[in-house]
Design a protein around this ligand. Structure first.
Ligand SMILES: [Zn+2]
Ligand SMILES: [Zn+2]
Length: 209
């Protein structure tokens, strides 16, 4: 099944091919970096009550953008951090990636929500919750320990994609130069520390309205 991917204002649109619960990995991540990124975007509406981001991990070659690419920009929370791409028009996250050497893209499930398209029907329910030590309030069951089954499944999927040549074409990196395709900025230490105050396990800051 193919799925449509879009930002909230629908300026940026893309397609993800061949999705099903068995070809992706849907997890809720409570890590403070994911929380910081969402707060940087001013999109706390995308977090669950405990600060979790519901993410589906997909092979890069399955993801392509067809409209509004000029709105796509990226940030890194630190010089070696994850690349976190988003639509600058309405500040919707579009994909978290490592370098193309580790081929996967984590996309918030809300980017797949539209009339006639439901993330649950495309991907099934989340199969795990990770980094619960950063969750706000009581951590969800099983989220604070490493889950060997989930870890093995995620690593196995990435290796499988790599072996099957599912790294390229990559929506966020150029195949020839391996350079990012879109403008990219790394947050300063001060910016990062300010965002950390908003993140679990015990947020002390106030989110901007
Ligand atoms: Zn938009
Ligand atoms: Zn995370």
């Amino acid at each position: 099944m193919d799925a449509t991917l879009q930002c909230r204002c629908r300026s940026v649109r893309g397609v993800v091919t061949n999705v099903s619960p068995s070809t992706v990995n849907r997890v809720v991540c409570y890590c403070d970096d994911c929380q910081a990124f969402i707060h940087h975007l001013g999109r706390a509406d995308l977090l669950d009550a405990q600060g979790g981001t519901d993410i589906v991990q997909i092979a890069p070659a399955g993801v392509s953008f067809c409209e509004g690419q000029d709105h796509i920009v990226g940030i890194r929370l630190s010089p070696r951090g994850v690349y976190r791409w988003y639509a600058s028009c309405c500040r919707t996250p579009l994909g978290n990636t490592l370098s193309p050497a580790i081929p996967f893209i984590g996309i918030v499930v809300q980017a797949f929500e539209s009339d006639g398209q439901r993330p649950g029907e495309l991907f099934g329910p989340a199969i795990g919750r990770i980094f619960g030590k950063y969750a706000i309030g009581h951590p969800p069951e099983g989220s604070t320990r490493l889950n060997p089954w989930l870890t093995a499944r995620a690593i196995g999927m990435v290796l499988w994609w790599r072996l099957r040549g599912r790294t390229w074409p990559h929506p966020f990196f150029d195949h020839t130069t391996r350079a990012p395709r879109y403008p990219l900025r790394t947050l300063s230490r001060d910016e990062r520390e300010a965002l950390r105050l908003l993140c679990g396990p015990t947020p002390t800051g106030q989110s901007l309205p």
